[in-house]
Design a protein around this ligand. Structure first.
Ligand code: ATP
Length: 373
C-alpha cells in the first residue's frame, strides 16, 4: 500500500506560515493534484512529503511508514522514502546519454547490469524514446527531455511520484499532449501521484481528485466534478472555471405569498419554490447573500427555452472562440459574463433576453464566503 497521509501538518518559515494544519489522505494509486495560486503552499507540501522540508507540526505517512513526526522528531531522509520526483526543469545529467540518465538511479541501487538494461529498455519503449537512448539531453526537444525525466522516475518503480509543475516549460500544444500521456501512464502503472500545479485546467483534466489550497489552508478536496459543481466557498468557485463564476451581491426579499426573490438592484429574480424554501430553512430570508452563476448557466433565450422567465440584458462585448461565444452582458449596472453556443446570433449593442439556470446557481454567505446552497 502506498497511500500518503498528512495529519495536522503545519510548516512555518520564521514569520510565514506556509502550510496550516493540513489534513490530506491520498489513496493508494490515486492521482491527486494540489491546486492554488502562487504562494499558497503547494510546493512546500510536496517538499514535506518528499523529505526536503521538515514539518513544524504534524505527521506524514507514506504507506505504513511514518516518515515525519514533529512530536517525536522522527524524520526519514528523502532517499529512504522510496518516492520519485519530477520537476519542471527536468534536472537531467547533461554529460550522460539518455540511456545513462535512465540507468543511473538503478546503478545507485546496485541492481545487476542485465536487470538495469531490461528496465531501461522497457521504460524507453513505454515512453516512445527508444530511438533516443544514445543522445545527450542537449540534443533533445523539450518534450523529449520531459519524457526522459519521467522515465528516470518510472524506472525506479517507486511507491509514489511527486511532481511539481512538470509540464510548465513545454509549449501549449505539447503540454496538452503530455497531459494526456502522463495521465494514461499513471493509470497504467497505478502509482500514487501527487501533482502540483497552479493551472486549473491541468488539475481538472489530470486529477482523480483535487486539493485546493489558499494561503496555506486547504479549501476543499474533491473530484474535478465536485469542486466544479459543488464548490465549498467563493474562493474555490472563483478559482475553478474559465471565465470564472459571476458573483453578484443581492438581498433575499420575501413577497406577500412568502416566496423569496433575489434583489440585486437592477436584477430581480423570483426564486423557484424549492430554492426559496431551502434558503428560508437555512435562515437566509431577508438577508444579504452573494449570488453565483457560471457563464455556461446563463443562456440566450432565443436559442434555448429554459424553465425560468427571461431577463433583459444589453450585449456589451462578444468574443467568438469558434465553438462558443463569450458574451459580456449588462443588466442595468450589473455585469455578467455568459458563454453561449456558437449558433447564437447576438450582436454587440443589442438588447436580448437571457435566462439563468437557477438549479446550477449558488448562494454564498456574504461574511464567511462559504456556500449556503
Ligand atoms: P508557487 O506556485 O509560486 O511555487 P506555492 O503554492 O508552491 O507557490 P510555496 O512555494 O509552498 O508556494 O510557498 C508558500 C509560502 O511559503 C510562500 O509565502 C513562500 O514565500 C514561503 N516559503 C516557501 N519556502 C520558503 C523558505 N525556504 N523560506 C521562507 N519562506 C518560504
Amino acid at each position: 500500500m502506498a497511500e500518503i497521509k498528512l495529519i495536522n501538518v503545519t510548516k512555518r518559515f520564521d514569520e510565514v506560515e506556509a502550510v496550516k494544519n493540513l489534513n490530506l489522505h491520498i489513496k493508494d494509486g490515486e492521482f491527486m493534484t494540489l491546486l492554488g495560486p502562487s504562494g499558497c503552499g503547494k510546493t512546500t507540501t510536496l517538499r514535506m512529503i518528499a523529505g526536503l522540508e521538515v514539518p513544524t507540526e504534524g505527521k506524514i505517512y507514506i504507506g505504513e511508514n511514518l516518515v515525519a513526526d514533529a512530536e517525536s522528531y522522527r524524520f526519514v531522509p528523502p532517499k529512504d522514502r522510496d518516492i520519485a520526483m519530477v520537476f519542471q526543469d527536468y534536472a537531467l545529467y547533461p554529460h550522460m546519454t539518455v540511456y545513462q540518465n535512465l540507468a543511473f538511479p538503478l546503478e545507485l541501487k546496485k541492481l545487476p547490469k542485465n536487470e538495469i538494461d531490461k528496465r531501461v529498455k522497457e521504460v524507453a519503449e513505454m515512453l516512445g524514446i527508444s530511438h533516443l537512448l544514445n543522445r545527450k539531453p542537449r540534443e533533445l526537444s523539450g518534450g523529449q527531455r520531459q519524457r526522459v525525466a519521467l522515465g528516470r522516475a518510472i524506472v525506479r518503480r517507486p511507491k509514489a511520484f511527486l511532481m511539481d509543475e512538470p509540464l510548465s516549460n513545454l509549449d501549449a500544444k505539447l503540454r496538452v499532449r503530455m497531459r494526456a500521456e502522463l495521465k494514461k501512464l499513471q493509470k497504467q502503472l497505478g502509482i500514487t501521484t501527487v501533482y502540483v500545479t497552479h493551472d486549473q485546467v491541468e488539475a481538472m483534466t489530470m486529477g482523480d481528485r483535487i486539493a485546493v489550497l489558499r494561503n496555506g489552508v486547504l479549501q476543499q478536496v474533491g473530484t474535478p466534478e465536485e469542486v466544479y459543481r459543488e464548490p465549498a466557498n467563493m474562493f474555490v468557485a472563483g478559482f475553478i472555471g474559465s471565465p470564472p463564476m459571476n458573483f453578484i451581491e443581492a438581498s433575499l426579499l420575501e413577497d406577500a405569498e412568502g416566496n423569496l426573490w433575489l434583489d440585486a438592484g437592477d436584477l430581480r429574480i423570483t426564486l423557484p419554490a424549492d430554492i426559496s424554501e431551502a434558503l428560508r430553512e437555512l435562515g437566509y430570508a431577508g438577508k444579504e447573500v452573494i449570488f453565483g452563476i457560471r457563464p455556461e448557466d446563463i443562456y440566450d433565450i432565443s436559442l434555448t427555452k429554459g424553465d425560468y422567465p427571461g431577463v433583459k440584458a444589453k450585449v456589451d462585448v462578444v468574443e467568438p472562440l469558434g465553438s462558443e461565444l463569450i458574451v459580456h452582458l449588462n443588466v442595468g449596472n450589473i455585469k455578467f459574463v455568459a458563454k453561449f453556443h456558437k449558433d447564437s446570433k447576438v450582436k454587440e449593442g443589442e438588447e436580448i433576453e437571457v435566462g439563468f439556470d437557477l438549479k446550477q446557481a449558488h448562494f454564498f454567505d456574504k461574511h464567511t464566503k462559504k456556500v449556503i446552497l
